[in-house]
Ligand binder design. Structure first.
Ligand code: GLC
Length: 527
């Protein structure tokens, strides 16, 4: 049997470097800080780490405005620190995935500085410049992704034309219609793959192709400012570059709320390896809704396409807060951990999800992000503030964003010492998956198990595992003809009370099993 590729085996852990660990006390996380905490990733059996951007940047969008694609911002360290991080990770069997931001650069990138210097400059056409509309306004009705920004166009006084920015005005869109831009961005990919990076996360992939006629969205049945059909040929060309190297992976941020359009980026085996599915991230806490998206992927994607599942990242309110609904957050976050680990596909974990962190409370005078994303970017609490000071072991200085209110209880050190904690649960789940070819690569079938319950079977070499999540706020018994009869062994439950007694695995009849509100279980069925 072929080896399961690394990017299918286990979790890919997202580090938001500004908020992971601060090595020099300036209040902002950095690469030396991260290197000093790699044990945490090993304990989570992370197959890979994905770093949000660490490249030189004026930080208008906290690194997603890149001023030099081939270096490291001094705030985070040096290129040598990054090389060392890659070596350290590889020494632990952890792959490294960098964030590649091909749709736009910083307005401080030399390419844009040249481009805006004059209409006749040879790099003018590296960005998207247009004359204004007849009424003197922007060239069309496109809007920035960030509501607070407004129109996606900025007027440049010097050359009296408008440039396109799908995000902030400090992030001008590169012109992918220009083959020289495409070639330059391919060289960036080669630069990092040559340095031993194992994969890239492609930022805002849906924006890489727009209507070349720049027609307005209004009055048309589809959007003209993203997801133009040419995205697929551009993606295939990127994949050809990646395939010049053995065993590398690309995962796309495909921010389209339509499963068919997401899986279109996985088809043919010559596009993405993995696609972030934002339909999944936006689901309400409802068993039927989750079932639909899981089955939609199975139904719509090609048989070889591999799912990626995630419910949190640096752009969205945290799982424990989003699904809290009057106090259910912590239990639901535990259930989510089991769900992501036991579904067929690659789980993505955003730093702090393993602690069940809620959003931090950010007072108005400390707000820094233009799009309201500070609460989910709060620094990771490592140690109790009562011992480590207000930086909670993240920093000896003042953290750039406040840490979560309950850092005392939620920090890594406290949770690591408590077998009932979320962190202990996530570690157990990761260990189970690491030891289970069935969880890593087995088949999958969703089963009817009664209202409010999502259940699915994983099958491998003579082994059958059943996972079930109770989405209801009351206890629910597993019911339904589809459920296998006979006895099962409870390998794990997300109920905190369950852990201490788990020395002798509980045996039970599958159909008699009652799940507590928000409880999830993993069961081994007789072969
Ligand atoms: C992606 C990133 C987000 C960033 C945007 C612009 O959505 O995840 O953080 O602001 O792209 O680069």
């Amino acid at each position: 049997m072929a080896m399961t590729p690394w990017w299918q085996r286990g979790a890919i852990y997202q580090v938001y470097p500004r908020s992971f660990a601060d090595g020099n006390g300036d209040g902002v996380g950095d690469l030396p800080g991260l290197r000093a905490h790699l044990d945490h990733l090993s304990e989570l059996h992370a197959e890979a780490v994905w770093l949000s951007p660490v490249f030189p940047s004026p930080m208008a969008d906290f690194g997603y405005d890149v001023a030099d694609y081939c270096d490291v911002d001094p705030l985070f360290g040096t290129l040598a620190d990054l090389d060392q991080l890659i070596a350290d990770c590889h020494g632990r069997g952890i792959r490294v995935v960098l964030d590649w931001v091909p749709n736009h650069s910083s307005d401080q990138h030399p390419w844009f500085v040249e481009s805006r210097s004059g209409r006749e400059h040879p790099r003018r056409d590296w960005y998207v410049w247009r004359d204004g509309a007849a009424d003197g306004g922007p060239p069309n009705d496109w809007r920035s992704e960030f509501g607070a920004v407004g129109p996606a166009w900025n007027f440049d006084e010097g050359t009296a034309q408008w440039y396109l920015h799908s995000y902030t005005p400090q992030q001008p869109d590169l012109n992918w219609e220009n083959p020289a831009v495409e070639a330059a961005m391919h060289d960036v990919v080669r630069f990092w793959l040559d340095r031993g990076v194992d994969g890239l996360r492609i930022d805002a992939l849906q924006r890489l192709a727009k209507d070349p006629l720049l027609r307005s969205n209004a009055g048309s049945t589809r959007r003209h400012d993203q997801d133009w059909p040419t995205v697929h040929e551009r993606l295939r060309a990127i994949r050809r570059v990646v395939d010049e190297y053995p065993d590398r992976m690309i995962v796309g941020e495909v921010y389209l709320l339509d499963v068919q359009r997401v899986v279109d980026h996985l088809s043919g085996g010559d596009q993405l390896h993995l696609a972030h599915n934002f339909v999944f991230l936006h689901l309400p806490w409802d068993a039927g809704a989750f079932r639909t998206v899981i089955e939609d992927f199975q139904r719509l994607a090609e048989p070889d396409a591999w799912p990626a599942w995630f419910l949190g990242n640096h752009d969205h309110s945290r799982i424990a807060t989003r699904y809290d609904d009057g106090g259910h957050g912590p239990a639901r976050a535990r259930a989510v951990a089991l769900l992501l680990t036991a579904l067929r596909g690659t789980p993505f974990l955003y730093q702090g999800d393993e602690l069940g962190l809620p959003d931090a409370v950010v007072p108005p005078d400390r707000v820094v992000d233009v799009d309201g994303r500070d609460p989910e970017r709060a620094p990771l609490p490592w140690r109790p503030p009562s011992v480590a000071g207000p930086g909670a072991g993240f920093s000896t200085g003042e953290p750039w964003l406040p840490v979560v209110e309950d850092a005392e209880q939620l920090c890594v050190q406290r949770q690591a010492a408590d077998p009932r904690s979320m962190l202990s649960l996530v570690r157990r789940l990761a260990a189970l998956r690491a030891a289970s070819p069935t969880l890593q690569s087995g088949g999958q079938q969703v089963l009817d198990a009664g209202p409010g319950v999502l259940a699915w079977l994983r099958t491998g070499d003579g082994e059958r595992l059943l996972a079930a999540v109770n989405f209801a706020v009351e206890p629910r018994r597993l019911t339904g003809d589809a459920l296998p009869g006979g006895e099962c062994t409870v390998l794990l439950s997300t109920d905190p009370e369950w852990a201490p007694s788990s020395v002798a695995p509980r045996r039970s009849a599958v159909r008699d099993l009652t799940l507590q509100p928000s409880e999830a279980v993993l069961l081994r069925l007789p072969a």
